[in-house]
Write a protein that binds this ligand. Structure first.
Ligand code: FAD
Ligand code: SF4
Length: 334
């Protein structure tokens, strides 16, 4: 590991001053420390942001406000989240392991980096790690990789589960720097790789995520589901995941949300597919037609060709499960 200095900020202004001089914030450290050990990230200074008082989960404007430093476990098990946003709770609990969720924070979850094997291996080229060196995943090991929104420069996926639910629920990311405050709709927070695969998101240098807000989602409470398909039941990233939520009144769909993880460089959502469900009766044929719209233009790269079928099936399954009624997560180990 490279030498680095370590400071602890006791308030947001102090943290922003360190960030303005190039320090990297450390929250739970569950991704950053791994990246530093592998030599993928080499910050000269770490500033600990755990003491900023940004760790609350509370009601705000009829919706929800999640502190950036609230732990994933505390968020998933918070009564407000469990009762009013069961989709978010389920997505968080589908990620990582109980120990990791106890440490990982909400802000850090949004900023975790791809799990592409080449990105972590500094002995190989990788456009995301070292722009201009190439993308060996395109013709190599790409079982985990994207089928939508890729570019010739990068086919990596964003690995978060929590972010898939946040995208489905129209969240907003609130950031601060010494230049002021900014609100970023979740749809605009993560990027597609394009010709700048080294940029995962639209956060600018010196910016700190302070909190995330979610609008009221009462109409989706009774019919939501997060389905994650992975190699094993715990401690594995999604091959494909789907967050689905339906507003069903008198047997008819009034509104729908469908977001996918494990298929693109950002949580994937196609509003046209959701609109196609409005006014319809829940059913496999209707759900399959919506899945086809979501997956328009999807393309495999060899080892991940199976995701084309898997994604369609998972969308159908998530919508079918949501239509049956929300299954509240119970008894998960902390
Ligand atoms: C073995 C393993 C399995 C995992 N499985 C899953 C899984 O299945 N699903 C899933 O979703 N995740 C999974 N994860 C990832 C885990 O959820 C993330 O590592 C975690 O959410 C990151 O949060 P953190 O607080 O530890 O971030 P850190 O590691 O502290 O930081 C991550 C990045 O965010 C930056 N940062 C942190 N907070 C802020 C802030 N407030 N403002 C600006 N920048 C900030 C840091 O500088 C750093 O670049 C897994 C991790 C491991 C190690
Ligand atoms: S997919 Fe992206 S992260 Fe993986 S090797 Fe290619 S450029 Fe690097």
């Amino acid at each position: 590991m490279n030498p680095f200095t370590f400071t602890q900020a006791s308030d947001v202004d102090a943290a922003l001053a360190r960030l303005a001089s190039g320090a990297r914030p450390i929250a739970g450290g569950t991704n950053l420390l791994d990246l530093m050990k592998e030599g993928v990230m080499r910050p000269g200074e770490l500033v600990d942001i755990n003491g900023l008082g940004l760790d609350t989960v509370e009601e705000a404007n009829g919706g929800l406000r999640l502190g950036a430093l609230a732990r994933n476990a505390d968020t998933a098990y918070h009564p407000l989240v469990r009762e009013r946003y069961p989709l978010l709770s389920a997505a968080i609990l589908a990620g990582a392991s109980p120990q990791l969720r106890n440490m990982a924070t909400n802000g850090g979850n949004l900023l975790q980096r791809t799990r592409c094997y080449y990105f972590y291996d500094v002995g190989t080229p990788c456009n995301k790690r070292e722009p201009g060196t190439g993308c060996p995943a395109k013709d190599g090991l790409n079982r985990l990789h994207a089928i939508l929104g890729t570019s010739e420069h990068c086919i990596a996926t964003h690995p978060s589960d929590m972010c898939v639910a946040l995208r489905a629920l129209d969240s907003v990311v609130h950031v601060r720097s010494q230049r002021g405050e900014r609100d970023i709709p979740f749809a605009d927070f993560h990027r597609l790789p394009g010709d700048r695969p080294e940029l995962d998101n639209t956060l600018e240098p010196g910016e700190l995520i302070t909190h995330i807000t979610l609008p009221d989602a009462a109409r989706f409470r009774a019919h939501s589901a997060y389905i994650k398909v992975r190699e094993r039941l715990s401690y594995a990233f999604a091959l494909v995941s789907v967050a689905a939520a339906l507003d069903i009144q008198s047997g008819t769909i009034r509104a729908a949300r469908i977001a996918l993880g494990g298929v693109a460089h950002k949580p994937w959502r196609v509003e046209e597919a959701e609109e196609a469900l409005v006014g319809k009766t829940p059913g496999l044929e209707t759900f399959g037609a919506a899945a086809d719209i979501v997956l328009r233009g999807a393309k495999g790269h060899g080892q991940n060709d199976f995701k084309l079928t898997l994604a369609r099936n998972t969308i159908e399954q998530a919508l079918t499960t949501a239509a049956r009624g929300t299954e509240y997560a119970k008894g998960e180990q902390r």
